[in-house]
Design a protein around this ligand. Structure first.
Ligand SMILES: C[S@@+](CC[C@H](N)C(=O)[O-])C[C@H]1O[C@@H](n2cnc3c(N)ncnc32)[C@H](O)[C@@H]1O
Length: 250
């Protein structure tokens, strides 16, 4: 990685980790996630939807298949190329934009927006997270809704394991997590082993509690923001498996 570059700006990280992040079962679960998110967003047929940090398009392609007008934004060219290839194979149409979520902003262009699978909290400066949410707010039409889905502080505190290993699609992944700065951050050391090859990365996320994220969304202009414990709209309580927040612009 070039000096001064952060893990989330490193193409090599996203390339090596792709099979681990997006194995076949993650693609298989995406259509059901989309169906549920659309319900939470109160989306209507044919609306314009922004998928911010879309990756290789798990959700964006399903949205396009359902007839939504989709704009999918990501910083990683290889992921957008994969989304484009899959769209071509399935004869789907969507707009793919290579841009940083800190700068992507299209005033009042979308009815709905999504940011899924812990694609938030990457930046060292808290002001950058705030900028991302203000960009989304500005990009929504009045009455527009925005769904976020991430690993939040409360859930992590409940399931945290210092070290764990798992196997995904022929890769062995060793993870070591360290909570930092009084639970503001988690730093995770990932060792990825594939056949004879070993790759190591250190990634870090800013951690949000549900209340912190709700307050931030309200500060960024949203009129309301509600936390849920899953895509079904279940309570964000001690049984939550992730944090899903749905925010509404007035
Ligand atoms: C965990 S993946 C999630 C992808 C997708 N939302 C999904 O559910 O499959 C996080 C994504 O964030 C993208 N990303 C990281 N930093 C970004 C930035 N500054 N601007 C836009 N996208 C970014 C990565 O390229 C990656 O595709």
């Amino acid at each position: 990685m070039a000096k001064g570059k952060r893990w989330h700006d490193d193409d090599r990280f996203w390339r090596v980790i792709a099979p681990v992040l997006f194995p076949p079962e993650r693609w298989e679960s995406a259509p059901e996630e989309v169906a549920k998110v659309l319900r939470l967003l109160e989306a209507r047929e044919g609306e314009a939807v922004l998928d911010l940090a879309c990756g290789p398009g798990r959700h964006a392609l399903e949205l396009a298949r359902r007839g939504f007008r989709v704009t999918a934004v990501d910083r990683t060219a290889a992921y957008l190329e994969e989304a484009e290839r899959r769209a071509r194979e399935k004869n789907l149409s969507l707009e793919l934009v290579r841009e940083d979520m800190r700068t992507f902003r299209r005033p009042e262009a979308f009815h709905r927006a999504i940011n899924l699978y812990t694609s938030f909290g990457y930046f060292e400066e808290a002001a950058d997270d705030e900028r991302v949410l203000r960009n989304v707010y500005d990009s929504l039409q009045p009455g527009g809704t925005f769904a976020m889905h991430l690993m939040a502080k409360e859930v992590l505190a409940r399931i945290f394991q210092k070290r764990l290993w798992r196997e995904v699609d022929g890769h062995l992944i060793l993870e070591e997590g360290t909570i930092k700065d009084g639970w503001r951050w988690i730093e995770t050391r990932w060792i990825v082993l594939k056949e004879e090859k070993v790759e190591e990365f250190k990634i870090s996320h800013r951690l949000y509690s549900a209340a912190e994220l709700v307050d931030l969304l309200l500060r960024c202009g949203f009129a309301a923001a509600s936390p849920y414990g899953n895509f079904d709209g279940g309570a964000y309580d001690e049984t939550a498996d992730r944090l899903v927040v749905v925010a509404r612009k007035e």
